[in-house]
Design a protein around this ligand. Structure first.
Ligand SMILES: NC(=O)c1ccc[n+]([C@@H]2O[C@H](COP(=O)([O-])OP(=O)(O)OC[C@H]3O[C@@H](n4cnc5c(N)ncnc54)[C@H](OP(=O)(O)O)[C@@H]3O)[C@@H](O)[C@H]2O)c1
Length: 313
């Protein structure tokens, strides 16, 4: 990307969008375009077309999305499919129609099959059934990814996709039911510490293995992908390191300063035993994650304490 290029970051107030803006500013990009959800609802095709016709950005980071944890996804699969499919199709199509030179679409590792090989390579997409709890969201993300790939194949558009693992960091969502596992643990242990609770009960037995990536590391990868990747397949974004939910809970509790007991409710489901991305492609582009989980959780907790709790979009 040239320093004077006009860059639209869709979803610039979200966790990922705001990290991409930080990374762009740190590298000296100044011609940045933003719209809040209230100013431009990307589900609205007419408004989206009018915005792209007026602004004609050279580059687009599509980090706007309806995002939620397992509970939110299973309660409202229709909303997750409709909202995401509409906003992606409108934004990607309008960007292409209006001369965007490169667009980076953000999806999620939940696009891969429930029983994918571990670690999951990009090539396992659509090889078997999806995890049912977030199927609506995953289908929308697969459509966005494939639409970028088809625009490349049919029209030569240089549109690419990045599929991140679980993310965390500044501007995360701490909604008590609708957040992802790591921010949910930060909030629960913080509240337990504040209220003097002596027991926190977590779901399952704590054995599932999960991967977490600090959002600023993802933003660096997005900038690298914008400059170096020109393929139909997405680029996986992960830390390459796994941790059990039990070890993660203990780490969060230590960081937050909760000293009580952690109990495991084994009558609750564990979820998939292991979910790890194969990040060889991202590493081959010259990127590597630099924030340890310990440092990242410390930074996320500081942001949680310093900023008003963000509970919903
Ligand atoms: N969070 C994770 O752990 C995670 C993991 C893997 C992948 N991802 C992917 O990363 C991307 C961004 O996620 P995030 O965690 O940054 O989400 P987020 O913090 O909830 O931010 C989403 C952003 O999208 C905007 N938005 C939502 N609906 C919109 C609409 N209809 N029109 C215009 N803007 C809209 C919101 O705008 P306002 O701020 O104006 O409300 C917000 O800034 C998503 O594609 C997600 O799938 C996230």
């Amino acid at each position: 990307m040239e320093k004077e290029a006009k860059i639209y970051v869709a979803g610039h107030r979200g966790m990922v969008g705001s990290a991409i803006v930080r990374a762009l500013k740190a590298r000296g990009f100044t011609n940045l375009v933003f719209r809040t959800h209230a100013e431009l609802d990307l589900r609205d095709q007419r408004a989206t077309n009018a915005f792209f016709e007026a602004e004609r950005p050279d580059y687009v980071f599509l980090a706007a999305s309806k995002v939620g944890g397992i509970a939110a996804n299973s309660e409202a699969p229709a909303d997750f499919l409709y909202d995401n499919a509409m906003l992606e199709m409108n934004a990607i199509h309008a960007a292409w129609k209006n001369g965007c030179r490169k667009l980076l679409f953000l999806g999620s590792s939940c696009i891969y099959p429930k029983f994918a090989p571990q670690p999951m390579p990009e090539s396992c997409l659509l090889t078997s059934a999806l995890e049912p709890t977030n199927e609506g969201y995953a289908l929308a993300k697969i459509a966005g990814l494939r639409y970028c790939a088809y625009l490349r194949r049919q029209h030569g558009a240089d549109f690419v996709s990045v599929m991140p693992t679980n993310l965390y960091g500044p501007a995360d969502n701490y909604h008590p039911e609708h957040s992802h596992v790591l921010p949910a643990l930060i909030r629960r242990f913080h509240e337990a510490k504040e209220s003097g609770a002596t027991v926190v009960t977590c779901w399952g037995d704590g054995s599932p293995l999960r991967e977490f990536l600090y959002v600023d590391d993802l933003a660096e990868l997005c900038l690298t992908v914008m400059d170096t990747w020109h393929g139909e397949e997405p680029v996986n974004a992960g830390s390459g390191r796994e941790i059990s939910i039990r070890a993660l809970s203990e780490l969060v509790a230590r960081t937050v300063g909760y000293k009580g007991e952690i109990r495991w409710d084994v009558s609750r489901p564990n979820g998939t035993p292991r979910k790890l991305l194969d990040i060889s492609r991202a590493l081959s582009l010259g990127w590597k994650p630099t924030t340890s989980l310990e440092d990242g959780i410390r930074l996320a907790y500081r942001d949680f304490l310093e900023n008003p709790i963000r509970t919903e979009r």
